[in-house]
Design a protein around this ligand. Structure first.
Ligand SMILES: [Mn+2]
Length: 222
């Protein structure tokens, strides 16, 4: 069964539309952090109106949209997203699970135990082993740090699907992964960007090395 893993769309509907046109899969797996960005309502409606087997997991930003407490994201950006989402989206976001398993593949946003902790392609094996302890899967697909990678931790193939809407990669485009059993293909789809000036915040851009270094410092509490 082919599963298109679409992670960290971040409300970037032109990127999502291009990927949806490019996808040939039986399952669409939305890997969290899909509404927080420039076009929240359009992104939400596009994904919710898809026909076929569509599964969602929760990202930290999806949780912060519905949380009463201020989270990691700037409050004015979360407010921009909340004002635009349809009412029913709030209930839907609250129902999302932390992980979804399909066969021997397990999908999570950051790690299987947590939707926001920071792990990268260069995080030490020992840290990853601790985060993956007790996981019964051959493939673990994560996202959250917006950079694709494919590595092995013990018996587990660990893949970051990358980010559809806000990637930190060398080439422009929308990044995602096609998972078929335990096969994984990291994919990139080109698209014409929308006008990001509608977004009231900065739109971050970084090379994969810069972003990885930044996230590693963050994960060490520096
Ligand atoms: Mn995230």
């Amino acid at each position: 069964m082919r599963i298109a893993a679409l992670y960290d769309i971040h409300g970037n509907v032109p990127a999502l539309d291009a990927v949806l046109a490019d996808v040939d899969a039986e399952v669409i797996l939305v890997g969290g952090d899909f509404v927080a960005g420039p076009w929240p309502a359009e992104t939400y409606e596009r994904l919710r109106s898809l026909e076929g087997d569509v599964r969602f997991i929760r990202g930290n930003a999806d949780r912060e949209v519905v949380d009463e407490e201020p989270g990691r994201a700037p409050p004015e950006l979360m407010e921009f997203v909340r004002e635009r989402l349809p009412e029913e989206a709030f209930g839907f976001l609250r129902t999302l699970p932390l992980t979804v398993s399909v066969g021997r593949a397990l999908f999570c946003h950051a790690t299987p135990r947590n939707d926001e902790e920071i792990f990268t392609r260069i995080s030490p094996d020992e840290r990853w082993e601790e985060a993956l302890a007790g996981v019964d899967a051959e493939v673990v697909v994560c996202g959250h740090t917006h950079i694709q990678f494919d590595r092995r931790i013990g018996d587990i193939r660990l893949v970051n699907a990358g980010s559809v809407g806000m990637p930190y990669e060398r080439e422009p485009g929308a990044y995602w992964a096609l998972v078929d059993g335990t096969d994984v293909e990291l994919r990139r789809t080109e698209y014409v960007p929308g006008d990001l000036s509608v977004w009231p915040g900065e739109w971050p851009e970084a090379s994969p090395d810069e972003a990885t270094e930044f996230f590693e410092r963050l994960s060490r509490g520096e």
